[in-house]
Write a protein that binds this ligand. Structure first.
Ligand SMILES: Cc1ncc(COP(=O)(O)O)c(C=O)c1O
Length: 548
């Protein structure tokens, strides 16, 4: 293998920050992925050494001229240490190597494959999904209002564009908006939520438009993080988890509190496990918030009504803030599974819960049938938030001025799509249904094919856009990997080098100690996905033989 060797020792030494994390070696080992950053740091350091040498010459001259030599103000040794600890596996070392391989292929280097198939990131358009026509028509007219005169666009698209432009400063989406987001769009979001949740009221004042869901998630975490030592805020996150959470928690100096999803039961969430994790965490931090992703990333499960109710009872009893990440709310495929929002269930549980439990829920334009990640549209709804805290939240978001107005416009179209009596309705529904049907088919195909491979077990992909199969690795492979790699990283790197398939090692999301996984998106076009699954099957069998 020609990929660089990354030592466990160096990385472990650098990245396990707390006693708590040191007791969770498997998850901590995901942090080993920091080698990606360390490599770039090494490269930068080499380049900077040259600069430094030049600087030193200049400096000695300057010193001679009476100017003190001080070197760089900001160095990797004196920079914010939390930033250095931040990890994000989805764009980690396997992906970096994939980009290099693509370059090598373009340069004519011979490989056992002609293209890299990327199934590492939930970026639907990058994998060939087509945008919804109506969305792009309205956005085109918002960007270039001259198009409003053009006959090629349907009247309902024009009406939407005019309405959005009228709500913009100077009638331009190039103007800043209110920090919480354009008012009429927040009203549309509130109406969408009411309709989705069977009439439960939503107040536009509780809606904050955001730069994707990521921005809103980090903002809420910021409000919650405080304290020192044993009083530091603990944030309960699932394992496996989406690494935005671990990254934000590290960046903000909070403590990760891990609760494990039950792989044997289709990655379900068990309140007894939540309680175990909470009680253990209370020994060393102050857990104040529970984060739930439903439908799940990277595990693809859809939570049952019962589970949601149990979680709501738990957060009330334990006096926790609830963060409900619902960005995959339209990505539900499995028969018998249905998306139910935490807010809906909360309100249906009666005033004892609906008037007390504090929560924020998140949605985005990046997933579902839209897949418009690049527009960075999103919103959050806050419920039962203390008015004084809400004022602080409004202040906090105002420091960043506003989310992208084009993303806000797109969010408006998502929550306020063409209606049955409008000219764009038929095409819109056709396109939406086609995308979701294809995703459902690919979810089924992924589970079915992976489960035919001895040594791979894959839970049903009930929702979202990922599978997180468990792989059995021969002991010899684990031993060999241990010399320099995390075993599932070793597996994924070898898969990339030999088959041109780019996945993310399970260690990037956290997993139970001694188990190994990878995360794979279901986004490649169906024919490419079949090729990917076939090659993966061949590779796994070869890998198992090689190390048996
Ligand atoms: C569970 C989950 N939450 C939040 C996000 C962030 O999405 P965005 O910031 O693009 O809206 C993602 C992206 O993949 C995700 O999977």
């Amino acid at each position: 293998l020609s990929f660089p060797s990354y030592t466990r020792r160096t990385l472990w030494g650098k990245v396990c920050p707390t006693a708590h994390e040191a007791t969770a070696p498997t998850f901590c080992s995901l942090l080993n992925l920091s080698f990606m950053f360390q490599i770039s740091v090494q490269r930068v350091t080499a380049a900077e050494n040259n600069n430094n040498n030049n600087n030193k010459n200049n400096m000695s001259q300057q010193a001679a001229n009476g100017v003190p030599c001080r070197g760089k103000v900001l160095t990797v040794d004196n920079m914010n240490p939390r930033v250095k600890k931040v990890e994000y596996a989805v764009r980690g070392p396997v992906v970096q190597r994939a980009v290099q391989i693509e370059k090598e292929l373009r340069e004519g280097v011979k490989k056992p494959f002609t293209e890299v198939i990327k199934a590492n990131i939930g970026d639907a358009h990058a994998m060939g999904q087509k945008p919804i026509t109506f969305f792009r028509q309205v956005l085109a007219m918002c960007s270039y209002p001259e198009l409003l005169k053009d006959n090629m666009f349907p009247e309902d698209a024009k009406q939407r564009a005019r309405r959005i432009l009228e709500a913009c400063g100077g009638h331009s989406i190039g103007a800043y908006s209110a920090s919480q987001g354009i008012e009429c769009i927040r009203q549309d979001v509130a109406r969408y939520i009411e309709k989705r949740d069977g009439g439960i009221a939503s107040n536009p004042d509780n809606i904050y438009l955001s730069t994707g869901a990521s921005d809103a998630i980090v903002t809420i975490l910021k409000l919650l993080v405080r304290g020192e030592g044993c009083d530091r805020t603990g944030v309960m996150i699932s394992i496996p988890q989406y690494p935005l959470y671990s990254a934000a928690i590290t960046d903000l100096g909070a403590v990760q509190v891990h609760y494990y999803l039950d792989e044997a039961n289709c990655w379900s969430l068990d309140v007894a496990e939540l309680r175990r994790a909470l009680n253990a965490a209370r020994q060393h931090c102050n857990p104040r918030v529970l984060c739930i992703i439903n439908p799940g990333n990277p595990t693809g499960q859809v939570q049952s009504r019962q589970c949601i109710e149990d979680v709501i009872r738990f957060v009330k009893e334990e006096h926790l803030f609830l963060m409900a990440d619902e960005v995959y709310q339209d990505n539900v495929y499995a028969e018998g599974c249905k998306f139910q929002s935490f807010k809906k269930v909360l309100f249906e549980m009666g005033p004892e819960y609906s008037s007390t439990v504090e929560m924020a829920s998140f949605h985005s334009t990046s997933k579902c049938y839209m897949g418009e990640c690049g527009f960075r549209g999103g919103y959050m709804e806050v419920i039962n938030m203390d008015p004084e805290v809400k004022a602080q939240l409004t202040k906090l978001v105002s420091v960043r001025l506003c989310p992208p107005v084009s993303g806000q416009a797109l969010m408006d179209l998502v929550v306020n799509p063409p209606q049955p009596d409008e000219p764009s309705y038929t095409t819109f529904m056709k396109e939406r249904t086609a995308v979701l049907a294809e995703l459902a088919e690919k979810a089924r195909l992924t589970e079915q094919i992976l489960n035919t491979v001895p040594g791979i077990t894959c839970n049903p992909v009930q929702g979202a856009m990922y599978s997180f199969p468990r792989i059995t690795l021969p002991q010899k492979a684990i031993d060999k990997a241990k010399a320099g790699h995390i075993p599932d990283m070793f597996y994924c790197m070898k898969l990339l080098e030999e088959e041109g398939i780019c996945l993310v090692p399970g260690s990037g999301f956290g997993q139970r100690e001694g188990t190994f996984h990878f995360r794979m998106t279901i986004l490649p076009p169906t024919e490419k996905l079949k090729v990917l699954l076939q090659r993966l099957r061949d590779f796994h069998q070869r890998f198992t033989q090689e190390f048996s």
